[in-house]
Design a protein around this ligand. Structure first.
Ligand code: FES
Length: 108
């Protein structure tokens, strides 16, 4: 994960505009991202469940650095987007940088 602001970094708001453990959708360049804030970190994932039937990921339940998809009972590591066994798949993740309470997501 990159930890510097680049020309591809997009400002999405301040840290107090995001509630802890409540997913929120942000659209950048037509790409829907699910933003999750925990006590430790802010994560940006593609807002689409990797389950074959899809669905928005922002409704997931956050616990630690995992988001649980309640619809399909899948567990996804928000650090790398990997679906945990016995299920398989991966969600795209995007680097997040917080500078003076301002949140930037780097598109790639
Ligand atoms: S499809 Fe919405 S959280 Fe899983």
């Amino acid at each position: 994960m990159s930890n510097t602001i680049t020309e591809k970094s997009v400002y999405i708001g301040t840290t107090d505009e995001f509630l802890e453990r409540v997913g929120r959708t942000v659209v950048i360049e037509g790409q829907s991202l699910a933003i999750f804030k925990t006590a430790e970190q802010i994560y940006a994932l593609e807002d689409r469940s990797p389950h074959p039937k899809g669905g928005p990921l922002n409704e997931g339940i956050v616990s630690g650095h995992y988001v649980y998809d309640p619809l399909y009972d899948w567990k996804i590591d928000m650090r790398d987007g990997c679906v945990q066994a016995p299920d398989e798949g991966q969600v795209r993740t995007f680097p997040v940088l917080v500078e003076e309470n301002k949140i930037y997501v780097t598109m790639r």
